[in-house]
Write a protein that binds this ligand. Structure first.
Ligand code: SF4
Length: 172
């Protein structure tokens, strides 16, 4: 059976970004095709109930860890607190991950929901991960960004590492 992988929908060409555009990544699409993955698209911000287009959101401080721990917040450009929508979207993305048996995720870097390593806060781009990406990682799902296809390739080629992590994520 083909391996499923959770993918940020905007990378696949869905026009779900805050400004109503997509961020299609042809390199990532080719990678998924060449490796026989079946992508499962999710947009955590839409799943959380935010509209498209929408006002862009940033962390007040910190990243997804703070939000999941209950001491971080996200606000849109109008000053509206959107933390609840980001939490709902992250949990919905996790539920879809489990429903579809995804053991890996490929997500959009620098997004406050999806970014695995970098996010925007009031000061600009900071190290940290988005709310959905953080929740997935906590649940044992390895999360790669579209800028890490070489690392994902290495991960897939490292049979021992792959088995250790993927078997563990399957058991959790
Ligand atoms: S929440 Fe994720 S999938 Fe949705 S537009 Fe932002 S980066 Fe793309």
């Amino acid at each position: 059976m083909p391996e499923t992988i959770l993918v940020s929908a905007c990378l696949l060409g869905f026009r779900c970004r805050y400004d109503g555009t997509a961020k299609i990544n042809l390199q990532a699409l080719a990678f998924l095709r060449d490796h026989g993955f079946t992508p499962v698209p999710v947009c955590p911000e839409q799943l959380g109930g935010l509209s498209t287009p929408r006002s862009p959101c940033r962390f007040d401080c910190g990243d997804g860890t703070g939000v999941l721990n209950g001491n971080g917040r996200l606000f849109d450009d109008q000053g509206q607190d959107r933390t609840g929508a980001f939490l709902r979207g992250a949990h919905a993305a996790l539920a879809i991950t489990r429903d579809h048996g995804c053991r890996l995720a490929l997500m959009k870097e620098r997004s406050p929901s999806c970014g695995p390593h970098w996010v925007h806060d009031r000061q600009g781009i900071q190290t940290g991960s988005g709310v959905a990406a953080t929740l997935l990682k906590r649940e044992g799902i390895p999360v790669f960004s579209e800028e890490e296809l070489a690392a994902l390739e290495e991960f897939l080629n490292n049979a021992a590492l792959k088995e250790k992590i993927l078997v563990k994520s399957k058991q959790e």
